[in-house]
Ligand binder design. Structure first.
Ligand code: NAP
Ligand code: MG
Length: 462
C-alpha cells in the first residue's frame, strides 16, 4: 500500500518532527502493509500554526467559493473511489463491496451535501433590529476513529470547511492510509494551503496534544466514551467548544404487530455489518414474550449466514476484547444460539457472528458497548417494560422500532431517550442530524445541524 512518510501541513507533505513510525496492519491476514510517521506535539504545533495562518483568508472566502472547493473535493473522492475502497479494505479489513458501498459511498454523499449547504446556507439573518452573522468558530482539532475511517473524517472536515473553519486532523492509528488519501484529495481539489492539515500519530501523544492545544478553538471527537470524557474535561477547562460522538448500545424494539421475520433479519444484518463495529448498531433486540422463541430461532438462522461474509475486527486487541465480552455473556448466564468466543479462523482477527438469547437487562453484554458482531436478544412483557429496558443504559445514540403501522412505531420512538430512530427499517439519511442523548455524546453531525456546530453568532444592532 502506498504511504506518505510525512505529514500534510500547510499544503505540502513535510518530514515529521520525530522518527517514530506506526505499522499499519491488514486485519484479514495480520500482515504489515505500510508505515506512517507517529506525530508528536511538535508536528501538531506546526499544523495548528498553519491552520491559524490560513484561517482569516478562508473565513473571508465567499461561501460560494468554499462550496466550489467542497464540490471539487467530492469529485476527487468519486474519481478515486476504487483506490479508497481498496485502502479501507486493506487497513480495516471490511469486505470490498462494503467498502465501496458504505465506506466510500456515504462520505461522497456527505461531501456532496455540504457542497450544496455551503452554497445555500443563510450565513446572515435578521432578528428585529439586529443582523446576526454566523461566523466560523476558528481552528478545528478533529480526532477520528477507525470504524468508518473516511466517513468520520468527511463528517467533520466537510462542514468545517463549509463554515469557513480550518482543520487539523488526527486520524486513528489503525487507519491512517485512508486519511492520507483524503489529504491528497483535499490538495487535488485546490483547497488553499493550511486550510486542512493532517498529523498521523497515537492518541495519547498526537491526539492529546491536539485536544489541549491553545490554538485550537473547537475539538471534534468521535470514539470511546472514556477518551471523550477526558477530551471534554480538557476542552471545558480551556473554555473551548467541543463536540463528542461516543459509544452506543442501541435498542431494536420489535412490537407485537410488526413483521417479525423482517424486523429480525434487518436487525441481525444491522449488527453484523462492518463486523459489529458501528457505534449506532442495534446491539440489543427487544422481543415480546409471545414471539421470543420464534425471534431467537430466526436470529440464529440469520446470523449463521454471516459466517463467511463478515470481515475481521480491526486489530488483535479488539478481537480479544470482543471475545472477553462473549465469555462474560456465557458466564453471566446468557444462552449462546450462534457463534461463540472461539476464533473461527487461524489467521486474521475474525470473530464469529454471535447471538445471545435469555439476556437480561442488567447483564454486562446488555449494558456495555462491545463493538463486535454480537447481538443480545432480550424479552419484554409489555410496552412499558420494553421502554424501560430500551432506555435502561447510559447510552442514547440510535435505535429502531418496528410495528404494523408507522404511527404506532412513532409513538413508541418519541419516548426513547436517543438521538435517532429508524422506523420500520427506514434508510440512512445523510442530511439528518446524527448524535447522542445521555453519555453517547454532545453535539450533532451531518446536515445543517452538523454545520451549525462549526459556527458562532455575532449580532450587530441597528
Ligand atoms: P479511542 O481510543 O477512543 O480512539 C478514538 C480516537 O481518539 C483515535 O484517533 C485515538 O487515537 C484517539 N485517542 C485515543 N486516546 C486519546 C487521548 N488520550 N487524547 C486524544 N485522542 C485520543 O477508541 P479505540 O481505542 O480506537 O476503540 C476503543 C473502543 O471505543 C471501541 O471498542 C468502541 O467501544 C469505542 N469506539 C467507538 C466509536 C464510535 O464511533 N462511537 C468508534 C471507535 C471506537 P488512536 O487511534 O491512536 O488510539
Ligand atoms: Mg485507542
Amino acid at each position: 500500500m502506498k504511504a506518505h512518510d510525512g505529514m500534510y501541513i500547510d499544503g505540502e507533505w513535510r518530514p515529521a518532527a520525530g522518527t517514530d513510525a506506526i505499522a499499519v496492519v491488514n486485519p484479514a491476514d495480520e500482515q504489515v502493509i505500510a508505515h506512517v510517521p507517529a506525530g508528536t506535539a511538535d508536528d501538531v504545533d506546526a499544523a495548528v500554526r498553519a491552520a491559524r495562518g490560513a484561517l482569516p483568508a478562508w473565513a473571508a472566502t465567499p461561501p460560494a467559493e468554499r462550496a466550489a472547493r467542497i464540490t471539487a473535493l467530492r469529485d476527487v473522492l468519486v474519481a478515486r473511489k476504487d483506490e479508497i475502497a481498496e485502502t479501507v479494505t486493506s487497513e480495516l479489513g471490511s469486505p470490498l463491496k462494503l467498502s465501496q458501498a458504505v465506506h466510500v459511498g456515504a462520505p461522497i454523499a456527505v461531501a456532496g451535501s455540504y457542497a450544496e449547504l455551503a452554497a445555500s446556507y443563510a450565513f446572515e439573518e435578521k432578528v428585529g433590529n439586529s443582523t446576526v452573522h454566523l461566523e466560523p468558530v476558528g481552528v478545528v482539532g478533529a480526532i477520528t476513529p477507525w470504524n468508518y475511517p473516511l466517513h468520520q473524517i468527511v463528517a467533520k472536515v466537510a462542514p468545517a470547511l463549509a463554515a469557513g473553519c480550518t482543520v487539523v486532523l488526527k486520524p486513528a492509528e489503525d487507519t491512517p492510509l485512508t486519511a492520507q488519501l483524503f489529504a491528497e484529495a483535499v490538495h487535488e481539489a485546490g483547497v488553499p494551503a493550511g486550510v486542512f492539515n493532517l498529523v498521523t500519530g497515537l492518541g495519547p501523544v498526537a491526539g492529546q496534544a491536539l485536544a489541549g492545544h491553545e490554538g485550537v478553538d473547537l475539538v471534534s471527537f468521535t470514539g470511546s466514551t472514556a477518551v471523550g470524557r477526558q477530551i471534554g474535561a480538557t476542552a471545558g477547562a480551556a473554555v473551548k467548544r467541543v463536540a463528542l460522538e461516543l459509544g452506543g448500545k442501541s435498542a431494536n424494539v420489535i412490537l407485537p404487530s410488526a413483521d417479525l421475520a423482517k424486523a429480525v433479519n434487518v436487525g441481525v444484518a444491522n449488527v453484523m455489518s462492518n463486523s459489529g463495529q458501528t457505534c449506532s448498531a442495534w446491539t440489543r433486540m427487544l422481543v415480546h414474550d409471545s414471539q421470543y422463541d420464534e425471534a431467537v430461532a430466526l436470529a440464529a438462522e440469520a446470523a449463521a449466514k454471516y459466517g463467511e461474509r463478515i470481515g475481521p475486527v480491526v486489530n488483535a486487541k479488539q478481537q480479544q476484547r470482543v471475545r472477553s465480552y462473549i465469555e462474560k455473556g456465557v458466564a453471566e448466564g446468557a444462552r449462546l444460539v450462534a457463534g461463540g468466543p472461539e476464533a473461527p479462523r487461524d489467521q486474521g482477527y475474525f470473530v464469529s457472528p454471535t447471538v445471545f438469547a435469555d439476556v437480561t437487562p442488567e447483564m454486562t453484554i446488555a449494558q456495555e458497548e462491545i463493538f463486535g458482531p454480537v447481538l443480545s436478544i432480550l424479552r419484554y412483557e409489555d410496552e412499558s417494560d420494553a421502554l424501560r429496558i430500551a432506555n435502561g443504559t447510559v447510552y442514547g445514540l440510535a435505535g429502531a422500532v418496528w410495528a404494523g403501522e408507522a404511527t404506532e412505531a412513532v409513538a413508541f420512538a418519541r419516548r426513547l431517550d436517543t438521538g435517532q430512530v429508524d422506523i420500520n427499517g427506514g434508510r440512512f439519511n445523510p442530511l439528518a442530524p446524527f448524535g447522542g442523548y445521555k453519555q453517547s455524546g454532545v453535539g450533532r453531525e451531518l446536515g445543517s445541524h452538523g454545520l451549525s456546530e462549526y459556527l458562532q453568532t455575532k449580532s450587530l444592532q441597528f
